[in-house]
Design a protein. Structure first.
Lengths: 111, 113
């Protein structure tokens, strides 16, 4: 079953601009994770935010979590061509530690 | 540390044939997952192992799919017989700590003709 839904489905921006993508989910979570997938490096973990956290930073990435709205956002600042990829949110919702994945946002950075 | 290894990287078979995928997780990772990812979608969990035991295989189509993790290290996923709708990328992942990030292998791209 699909828990997370990313928005937008696709995003195209100029290099150097900021990219924001959103994730909404349906049930309470233990944590929410963002992953990136491109053809060169496969699926790679970016950042994990726990349910009791509201914001986390990692380099050019900023993730926010609003559990009252059941939503999260991923901000990539000063985008680069190498950021071109699909971005997925995944939620950890049960005791078995299984992630439920959205369909992803496809991000294209134009030079 | 070495990453999650998977083989083969690509496989093309005809429908009704069988195929097997292999995964070697990162050393020491007790939990291993197999996912199916259809083009344009997120990964869908097929089976989860903890050491050599199955935690959850509720989404594994057991009439055609089987998986094992002998000795709690590497794992194989088999499809027999394959259908056209099995065309997808099969991903293996492992975790080092409970509720931590998952580490993925490069995947096996299966095409069923």
């Amino acid at each position: 079953s699909q828990q997370g839904e990313e928005d937008p489905q696709a995003l195209s921006i100029q290099e150097g601009e900021n990219a924001t993508m959103n994730c909404s989910y349906k049930t309470s979570i233990n944590n929410l994770q963002w992953y990136r997938q491109n053809s060169g490096r496969g699926l790679v973990h970016l950042i994990l935010i726990r349910s009791n956290e509201r914001e986390k930073h990692s380099g050019r990435l900023r993730v926010t979590l609003d559990t009252s709205k059941k939503s999260s956002s991923l901000l990539i600042t000063a985008s680069r061509a190498a950021d071109t990829a699909s971005y997925f949110c995944a939620t950890d919702v049960d005791s078995n530690y299984q992630l439920i994945w959205g369909a992803g946002t496809k991000l294209i950075i134009k030079p | 540390e070495a990453g999650v290894a998977q083989s083969p990287r690509y496989k093309i078979i005809e429908k009704r044939q069988s195929v097997a995928f292999w995964c070697n997780p990162i050393s020491g990772h007790a939990t291993l997952y197999w996912y199916q990812q259809i083009l344009g979608q997120g990964p869908k969990l097929l089976i989860q192992f903890q050491n050599n035991g199955v935690v959850d295989d509720s989404q594994l189509p057991k009439d055609r799919f089987s998986a094992e993790r002998l000795k709690g290290v590497d794992s194989t996923l088999k499809i027999q017989p394959a259908k056209l709708e099995d065309s997808a990328v099969y991903l293996c992942a492992s975790v080092s700590r409970w509720r931590g990030e998952q580490y993925f292998g490069p995947g096996t791209r299966l095409t069923v003709t």
